[in-house]
Ligand binder design. Structure first.
Ligand code: PGA
Ligand code: ZN
Length: 399
C-alpha cells in the first residue's frame, strides 16, 4: 500500500529568506507527504552536513530517488532511512546532504500516515505514548548567532513548567514574549527580533536576566501557574583558545562552570543548554554533578542527536538531557534511536526546531509520538506558531 511511486524535490524559502529543500513523497496508493528541511546558524561541528540547496537536490535526485521510487515502502521508515544512508554512502550525509535526507525521511513518514489515514504522531508511535504533552520552551530574548548587537547568551527561554495543558503553556510563552515587549517599550529600549522571533535588544546579559525574571513572574501571577526560565548558552560559538567569551566577559572553563552553577541557583533556572564547549564532556560532567539535580543540563552541539556522541556522554554523566534535531543527524530513524537511547538512560528529551525554519510541523508530531517532556520551538512568528498550533490541535484531537 505504501510503496513509493514518486519523490519530488524542490527549493523553497525558509524563515530567513534562504533556500531550503522541500520533498514530496507520493505512494502508489495515492498517499502524499510533504516536508522541508530546517537550517541552523549556530550549528555544531559534528552535525550531519547541509549541502548548498541546489547541490543537495541534484545529488539526492541522482543517488537516492532512483533507489526509493518503486522499490521502498514509505510505511517502513527504517527501510526508507537505510536506503537514504546507503545512497549517500558517508557517515555524515555529505554526498546527498542532510537537508535532502531529512526532507525525504519526514515526507515519507507523512505519506505513510496519509495512506493509513492516521495523524503523523499516531503513525510514529502514538499508540504506545503516555498521556503527557511536551512543555514548550519558548525563546523570548536572545542574541548570539541569531541577532546582531544583542545579548551574548543566545536564548532566554520561558519554561511554563506548571501549565495544566499544552495550550496554557503555549499561550503563557506568548504572554511572556508580549510582557517583555511592553517592559522594553516602557524603558525606551528599542528591540528588533532575532531569527527565532525572540526580542533582540542591545542590553547586557545581566539586564536580560532581570527583564526575563520580571516578565515570567508577572505572567505567572496572572495565569496562576509556575513559569520558570532557562537558557541556551550555545557555548561552542563563544569558545576561543580555551576561554568562554561572552561580550566583555572572558571565563576559563572552571569560571564558566561556577558562573553557570551560580545562575542556576540565583534564578532557579529550569534548563541550561550547551553551557560549555561541544568537546567539553568532562566539564559538562562537573557542572551536571553540581547542579544536575536542580535543573536540566542539555546537550545540543555536544550530542548533535548522534547516538555515539550521546553514548560517550552517558558514560561520563555529561548531562541529563539531550536536544533532538532530526536535521542534525539526517533521518527520523536516527532521531528515534537517539531518543530511545536517551530515555533508556534517564535523559530527558527536548525535540527542537532550528533558527531557520519553514511551516513544516513534523517536530510537533515527533515530540508527541515519543513522549518527549519538552519541545523547543519558539514563541511567535508563523514558522514557530506552525508547530505550536499543531501541538494544540494534536492535544485537542487526542483527548
Ligand atoms: P540553530 O540554533 O538552529 O541556529 O543551531 C538553535 C540552537 O542552538 O538550539
Ligand atoms: Zn542550542
Amino acid at each position: 500500500m505504501t510503496r513509493i511511486e514518486t519523490v519530488r524535490l524542490r527549493a523553497v524559502l525558509d524563515s530567513r529568506g534562504n533556500k531550503t529543500v522541500e520533498a514530496d513523497v507520493l505512494t502508489e496508493s495515492g498517499g502524499f507527504g510533504r516536508a522541508a528541511a530546517p537550517s541552523g546558524a549556530s550549528t555544531g561541528e559534528y552535525e550531519a552536513i547541509e549541502l548548498p540547496v541546489n547541490e543537495a537536490i541534484a545529488a539526492a535526485r541522482e543517488h537516492a530517488v532512483p533507489r526509493l521510487e518503486g522499490r521502498v515502502y514509505a510505511g517502513d521508515q527504517r527501510e526508507v532511512d537505510d536506503t537514504l544512508r546507503a545512497a549517500d554512502g558517508t557517515e555524515d550525509f555529505s554526498e546527498i546532504g542532510a537537508n535532502s535526507a531529512v526532507a525525504i525521511s519526514m515526507a515519507a513518514a507523512k505519506a505513510a500516515a496519509d495512506v493509513l489515514g492516521a495523524p503523523l504522531y499516531q503513525h510514529l508511535g502514538g499508540a504506545f505514548r503516555g498521556g503527557n504533552f511536551p512543555i514548550p520552551l519558548g525563546n523570548v530574548v536572545g542574541g548570539g548567532e541569531h541577532a546582531q548587537e544583542a545579548t551574548a547568551i543566545q536564548e532566554f527561554l520561558s519554561a511554563p513548567v506548571g501549565a495544566p495543558s499544552v495550550k496554557d503553556a503555549v499561550f503563557a510563552n506568548a504572554q511572556v514574549h508580549g510582557e517583555i515587549g511592553s517592559l522594553l517599550e516602557e524603558r525606551g529600549t528599542p528591540a528588533a527580533k532575532g531569527d527565532e522571533g525572540a526580542w533582540a535588544p542591545s542590553i547586557s546579559d545581566a539586564e536580560a536576566f532581570e527583564l526575563v525574571e520580571e516578565a515570567v513572574e508577572t505572567v505567572s501571577d496572572d495565569v496562576g501557574f509556575e513559569i520558570k526560565f532557562g537558557l541556551d548558552m550555545a557555548a561552542a560559538e563563544t569558545f576561543e583558545d580555551g576561554e568562554y567569551v561572552y561580550g566583555d566577559e572572558v571565563r576559563s572553563t572552571e569560571e564558566q562552570i561556577d558562573y553557570v552553577a551560580g545562575l542556576v541557583d540565583e534564578y532557579d533556572l529550569a534548563y541550561v543548554e550547551d553551557p560549555l564547549d561541544e568537546d567539553a564532556y568532562e566539564a559538562f560532567a562537573e557542572l551536571t554533578e553540581r547542579v544536575g539535580s536542580q535543573t536540566l543540563i542539555c546537550g545540543d552541539d555536544l550530542f548533535v542527536t548522534n547516538v555515539e556522541r550521546l553514548e560517550a556522554g552517558i558514560d561520563v554523566d555529561a548531562a541529563n538531557s539531550i536536544l533532538i534535531k532530526p536535521n542534525q543527524i539526517g533521518t527520523l530513524s536516527d532521531a528515534f534511536d537517539a531518543i530511545e537511547l536517551a530515555t533508556r538512560n534517564g535523559y530527558e528529551t527536548v525535540v527542537s526546531h532550528r533558527s531557520g525554519e519553514t511551516e513544516d510541523a513534523t517536530i510537533a508530531h515527533l515530540a508527541v509520538a515519543t513522549d518527549a517532556p519538552f519541545i523547543k520551538t519558539g514563541t511567535v512568528g508563523g514558522e514557530r506558531t506552525a508547530k505550536l498550533n499543531e501541538l494544540i490541535r494534536i492535544a485537542d484531537e487526542a483527548l
